[in-house]
Design a protein around this ligand. Sequence first.
Ligand code: DGJ
Length: 766
Amino acid sequence: MSRSITYDEKRGILRLDTRNTTYAIGITDGLYLGHLFYGPHLPEEDFSVRSAFQRPLSALENKKEMCIFMDSFNFEYPGWGVGDSREGAIRVRDSKGITRTNLLYQGHRISSAKTLIPGLPSTFGGEGDVETLEVDLQDPDTGLFVTLFYSVFAECDVIARRVEIRNTGKEKLVIERALSMSMDMPGRDREGRSFQLMTFYGIWAREFTKDIRPLGFGKTGVSSIVGKTNNRNQPFLGLLSEGATQYSGEVYGMNFLYSGNFASTVEKIFSGDLRVSMGIHPEGFSWTLEPGEVFYTPEAVMTYSDEGISGMTHHFHDMFRKHLIRGKYKDSKRPILINNWEATYFDFDTKKLLDIAKTAHDCGIEMLVMDDGWFGRRNDPDSSLGDWFVNEEKLPGGLKYLSDELEKMGMKFGIWFEPEMVSPDSDLYRAHPDWAITVPGREAALSRNQLVLDVSRADVRDYIIESITKVLSSAKIAYVKWDMNRHLSDLFSAELPPERQGELMHRYVLGVYDLQERLLKAFPDLLLENCSSGGARFDPGMLYYSPQIWTSDDTDAYERIRIQEGAATLYPLSCLGAHVSICPNHVTGRVVPFETRGHVALAGTFGYELDITVLSDEEKELIKKQVKLFHRFNDLIRNGDYYRMHSYQDNRLFDCYGVASKDKSEMLLTMLHVMNQPCCPSRWIHIHGLAPDKLYRITEVKDEPEDSNHASLDGSEAAKASAQEILAHGSTLSNMGINLPCRTGDFMSVLYHIVEVKDAGESVEG
Ligand code: DGJ
């Protein structure tokens, strides 16, 4: 097997090759480590350090103009205070207060493995999946020793980057900035088109809104400084050729396996070139490194595709599914759940929950999830967070009785926690006021009437784990929804000395990871779903602990089309928490047909969040049909490749996406006629993602008895298409397209099953 990482000693070039990409690093005279190239796969030995670093000056030859060299050289990991005026990746202060940070190449190692990062989420892979390059850099004037890690996942076209920072000196160092990656690159693609910036912004109930904008000169980017990744910005950065589409143009994507403060920055300099960086937000951050200590940065993942946005999407989906998500549910179907939040909010008891569960079970739903309000004296959001003992007034007999009854019914049981929080009105806060993150003597800002526990402290984490473990051991609990409903503010930890207060935000995130890791160790079969006021902590770091994350509190299917499009651009459908809820929708007041709500939730984990006991018989019949659809298509949806044909977010009229099996033998196509348009009987859809030379049968998915056909290859045929059988090759379906009939009314959706026809007249499905 050819190696992904090679070293050309003569030229001083380190090459990282994936299936379709090449990343190259050069070691120059003066031992500076420079970035040569990242892009499509290049033939071997086609470039030298000399030609790639065609800059006005070389470091050694022109020492009297060192500043100009430093300010224009393509650094692989730029330091601080040595003449480079661009965004630095690392800044370390020594005991004299000096922050000059100058890193020179020392050596490197290549291994056919990847180590996990202590205390942090980490991509993983065995031999054959991944190779790792470690490059050592040293500041000759201090004890600072830095190792850059590049793990190459060749099959996924992804490179994971991280950094270890060591104090090999005799005096302490203070890290003031420690990004996980930096890359200098041209500002234009190979056709001379400027790169544009793609990010995803939002707010509560409006997460994952796509934003594509031209890059002006100077610094721009996205960040969070509130202690979690936040719903305002995804840590992701995309750089797209101007005019790139789903299927054309060059696309660079970077994402960050971290759930706290981040800065994802692009700097466009006078030449039009770019410096892209990603890491822990330096604002307010500092970390004291005693002699002999190591600091581990979180990991960033990057990919390149010259096949447009969908190329990047496929790389990330495969990467996260294979090399990030872990545990029992990594590759398996999740139970269909019904969550009582939108059904009851805080107003429930055992009887109500069992009524919901009974009706749900009759409809084929497999698990009841009891949301907020089961503990302490919590009947509204104002009290009891931290008091993780059952409210027996609501739940007589406790969780044991409830879970036993559910088990008798054949239903699994799941439960909600918000472990990182404490209500001022709680026994926990009264006993340990110093466990909350507040500044002594100053009034702390409440949010949802709650405070954040200082999970940087081991004693606080021990309390949390002990109380959750007690609850989970008291009954048969298969699932935990881990919620987190506020920002961090009023930063102060009673445990940290003054000079280490800048460590709190990162220590907090490490504390969260420690808690989730310990929980999963204690309950390895648990299905964990992370959540933060909806999707306010939806990041790749969280996916290491939970295979699914609640995408948004906005369960309106119409809104979800856009939110899930954004989320699915970066994350596999298997991890998008998606439920069918009641109409008028509680967030928007909108009414969307029940069928459409089901179709939209199918493109996620799929579940329900409504009072099923008050639904009509007709609606319950619809649930049974949706459950059947889930069982029929979930393997395909979880494991397949996601293709976006049209975006309602862009065209404001309709949405269309498909999930194709890896072998391209089938696709489930979802067509959402969002806004009805007069005199528009049908729409042409070019279907991407099928094999050009395979013959397919296209069938509208009807619940029963038999699927019938509604698609036509010819616009004039649309009206009578239902009677016809549609057969076409993949090439025809992508080049000519298919004419799909519109539906009368708004928010109408249709599923089409496209199945390879192996022998004349026979489809794979049989
Ligand atoms: C916010 C979550 O996003 C909701 O789903 C629900 O669990 C509430 N918190 C409960 O307080």
